[in-house]
Design a protein around this ligand. Structure first.
Ligand code: ZN
Ligand code: ZN
Length: 268
């Protein structure tokens, strides 16, 4: 079954994804620490909330962002930011609009009717911050999940964290850890198989051969761990790619690779 259509806050999401990718080298370790419990819960078997989502939580805080913007921008800018953000999230509260045109205040909007109106909008954001943060993270994930190169770097770093915390992971999830102290292979849920297949456009992530069965029916598709389990890779839902049989066999369990090869909307 394909996923349901949703409103995705792609503009907010692309901003968050950019911040998360560009700060990865400096902040990943701290982020893994802050969300250690949640991340350990993601890696033993595929879940819809992934380690990437928690990594994004490290940066996403709409209340904090709003406070910083309020220090830097004027009231009209803030109001437009709030409106744009909520509209994109498809959230439409019934709050009064500030009437900037007929404002009585001579200097900014500090003590006027529009200020009161904006305070209500800010209050709405703060009261609903949990939901707003979640929706922006969901949107940012849509971009990050397409970036196999970043997923590779992310899971390589996460593998080091897993190796370091293997004792703790095993105590918490003994059934999911092998004798060799690695995360055990798990069954792939249907939603994950579909996501990986569509993300990789029905082609092998290495050699780009067709795996849709529309061109060659003989090619079998494999869901591959980008960072293998024996190298402390995990079953986090963002650690998978589509491979053909021959690339999967030749990759072996010790060589790790992905590639940024992709099918653009058009070529330049
Ligand atoms: Zn005013
Ligand atoms: Zn291949």
């Amino acid at each position: 079954m394909a996923s349901k259509d949703e409103h995705l806050a792609l503009s907010s999401g692309i901003g968050l994804a950019g911040i998360a990718v560009s700060n990865f080298e400096d902040c990943s370790y701290e982020a893994f620490w802050v969300f250690k419990e949640e991340i350990i819960g993601c890696i033993v078997k595929p879940t819809r909330m992934t380690a990437i989502h928690y990594y994004l939580y490290f940066y996403q805080d709409i209340e904090d962002e709003l406070h910083k913007l309020c220090d830097a921008f004027d009231a009209e800018w803030i109001y437009n930011f709030i409106i744009r953000t909520l509209d994109e999230l498809n959230i439409h509260p019934e709050l009064g609009e500030p009437d900037f045109e007929n404002c009585s205040s001579a200097y900014g909007h500090n003590d006027c009717e529009c200020n009161k109106a904006i305070e209500k909008w800010k209050g709405f954001i703060i009261d609903n911050q949990e939901e707003i943060n979640k929706l922006i993270i969901h949107a940012a994930f849509q971009f990050i999940f397409q970036n196999r190169k970043f997923l590779f770097d992310f899971h390589l770093e996460l593998a080091r964290f897993i190796e370091e915390h293997m004792g703790e992971i095993e105590r918490k999830y003994p059934d999911y850890i092998s004798q060799k102290k690695r995360v055990k292979r798990q069954y792939f849920p249907e939603w994950l198989k579909l996501a990986v297949f569509y993300r990789d456009k029905g082609t092998c992530s290495q050699c780009r051969c067709d795996l849709s069965h529309l061109i060659r029916v003989q090619n079998t598709k494999h869901i591959d761990h980008i960072i293998p389990l024996n190298m402390f890779g995990s079953n986090d839902a963002s650690n998978f790619q589509l491979l053909c049989e021959s690339c999967n066999t030749s990759k072996g369990a010790k060589i790790i690779s992905t590639s940024s090869v992709n099918a653009p909307f058009w070529n330049l």
